[in-house]
Design a protein around this ligand. Structure first.
Ligand SMILES: [Zn+2]
Length: 250
């Protein structure tokens, strides 16, 4: 007949604590993996945004350049008109007609001056935009360098953690078989209830290491005795004393 080994409370606590430590390592790996892809994604989004900005500035610059060439054409037209008017002035019949043409010439001359001023302003604007464009290009190139670095880091970490993760997973499965079945069920249930995945915690500064509620001295003494499994009356986590916490390693 097979004999079922009876574990002492201390042995039970040691096995479940060991399992907790292994599972916490697995949790750490998950957190690490969870953050890096987000960082990479954020950088990719930022680069996309900057590229959009760059395209927008380039569009604006093109439209300013169009504006400048329109003004150049307008000047040419005005110059042609002035030439035409000057010819007409040679063939006028009276001074009134001469005056009228002079007014037209004057108006076209003003048009030219105005166009020249607009062109000057536009070329200043283009200079400003090209400075902004250069800054955007620099920002993109910096981010791309950073992205390349992060991607490399991520790939490296994935490669590294895969090995580590597999090892811890194997260890976790093994450790699980050594935990008392009722205690294991409680462990799984508590672990699933808390985001930090802690089901077994030690007493820290007279408080539960999971929920930080105070533990009365009498209860702390019971925890140290290891004769009974003590759970936190506030959060239900299994409590262990600091010495046990320090001695159990993985
Ligand atoms: Zn607690």
């Amino acid at each position: 007949m097979a004999t079922v080994k009876e574990y002492s409370v201390e042995e039970k606590l040691v096995s479940v604590l060991k399992l907790q430590k292994i599972d916490s390592k697995l949790d750490e790996i998950q957190i690490l993996k969870g953050e890096l892809p987000i960082e990479v994604k954020d950088l990719e989004d930022e680069i996309e945004g900057l590229n959009h900005r760059q395209n927008h500035i380039e569009d604006e610059m093109r439209s300013i350049q169009d504006f400048v060439s329109n003004k150049k054409n307008a000047i040419k037209d005005s110059e042609a008109l002035i030439k035409k008017y000057e010819k007409q002035q040679n063939n006028v019949k009276n001074s009134r007609e001469f005056e009228a043409i002079s007014k037209e010439i004057e108006m076209q001359t003003l048009e030219i001056k105005l166009s020249e001023k607009h062109m000057k302003d536009a070329s200043e604007e283009i200079k400003d935009k090209s400075r902004v464009l250069e800054a955007a290009k620099k920002a993109v190139s910096d981010k791309e360098t950073n992205l390349k670095h992060k991607k490399g880091e991520l790939e490296k970490i994935i490669a590294e953690t895969e090995k580590e993760e597999n090892a811890f997973r194997k260890q976790s499965e093994e450790a699980r078989t050594k935990v008392d079945s009722r205690l294991l069920a409680a462990y799984e249930k508590i672990r699933n209830n808390y985001r930090n995945g802690l089901a077994v915690v030690s007493v820290m500064r007279d408080s539960c290491g999971g929920c930080f509620n105070a533990i009365p001295p009498q209860r702390q003494a019971e925890i140290r005795h290891r004769k009974k499994i003590i759970v936190c009356e506030h959060c239900g986590r299994v409590l262990v004393d600091n010495d046990l916490e320090a001695t159990v390693t993985i």
